[in-house]
Design a protein around this ligand. Structure first.
Ligand SMILES: NC(=O)c1ccc[n+]([C@@H]2O[C@H](COP(=O)([O-])OP(=O)(O)OC[C@H]3O[C@@H](n4cnc5c(N)ncnc54)[C@H](O)[C@@H]3O)[C@@H](O)[C@H]2O)c1
Length: 230
């Protein structure tokens, strides 16, 4: 079975034969495939940064904990890049997977909270490595307005709607105290932002068309612990 065979959610079946494994734009990846491809992409991006030109399915398996048979199956649509004994070409695989995940190009992020976490995020490559640019940072503290945080100057939250439109912001990242998160999520929804990345512990209420991803290292660890213990 090829990557294309398992990839679509819309029809639950195979892709048309001549699409190079990418599928028509209307096709959606199943959650499982999208999650695995994102994990491969994370490892590949890091490998590329470290100057690695090729990577084997075995190495990918060690870093992602997905078994190598599953990896070869997922990536069989990219057969021409995978050579027996040599592995996959890292550059080619990164661009193919980004095309499949439709994350090619730049996507603009607005960051909320110019505190410890916000400054660390804005000053690091964690988003930039994957094509996300922090183009705006917001804070409610008047003393922080105008500060340079990473690549952006801190703005007041009142400017949110204007900035979202002008900068074509697709993701709002919340690095604010839990008590402030829902109000900001509401403002992001009002401004038309469809993806919220939430670092706080708030359980956010959003309309169904908006996706919230909550980052919790402790919960990820619990997940790892489960596999360690069983
Ligand atoms: N998931 C993770 O990995 C992780 C790691 C560290 C911190 N956190 C969480 O991230 C959040 C921020 O932590 P921190 O250590 O940076 O806190 P911090 O106090 O250093 O910074 C919070 C910032 O948010 C600003 N703020 C408060 N209310 C606001 C509002 N309504 N609009 C805009 N800005 C507002 C504050 O002025 C401050 O600058 C907390 O919820 C914390 O629990 C999550």
């Amino acid at each position: 079975m090829s990557f294309g065979d398992v990839a679509t959610k819309a029809d639950g079946g195979g892709l048309p034969p001549n699409d190079g494994g990418l599928g028509p734009l209307s096709d959606r990846l199943s959650l499982g495939v999208a999650a695995r491809l994102s994990r491969y992409l994370q490892v590949l991006t890091q490998a590329r940064k470290m100057g690695k030109e090729t990577i084997s399915s075995q190495e990918l398996s060690e870093y992602t904990h997905v078994n190598s048979t599953q990896i070869r199956r997922d990536l069989s649509g990219f057969g021409k890049f995978g050579k027996r004994g040599v592995g996959y070409n890292v550059d080619s695989l990164v661009s193919q997977i980004r095309k499949i995940l439709r994350t090619s190009g730049q996507h603009n992020i607005a960051l909320f909270g110019a505190g410890h976490l916000g400054r660390a995020i804005a000053g690091s490559d964690i988003f930039a490595d994957h094509g996300f640019r922090v183009v705006a940072v917001f804070d409610q503290d008047p003393a922080k307005i105008g500060d340079q945080v990473g690549p952006a100057k801190v703005l007041h939250v009142d400017d949110l709607k204007l900035v979202v439109d002008e900068e074509d912001i697709v993701v709002g990242v919340l690095a604010v105290p839990t008590a402030a998160a829902q109000e900001l999520a509401d403002k992001l929804v009002d401004a038309g932002v469809k993806i919220i990345f939430n670092y706080s512990e708030a359980l956010l209420q959003v309309p169904p068309e908006v996706t919230v991803h909550t980052s919790s290292p402790a919960v990820d660890l619990l997940y790892a612990l489960y596999f360690y213990l069983t």
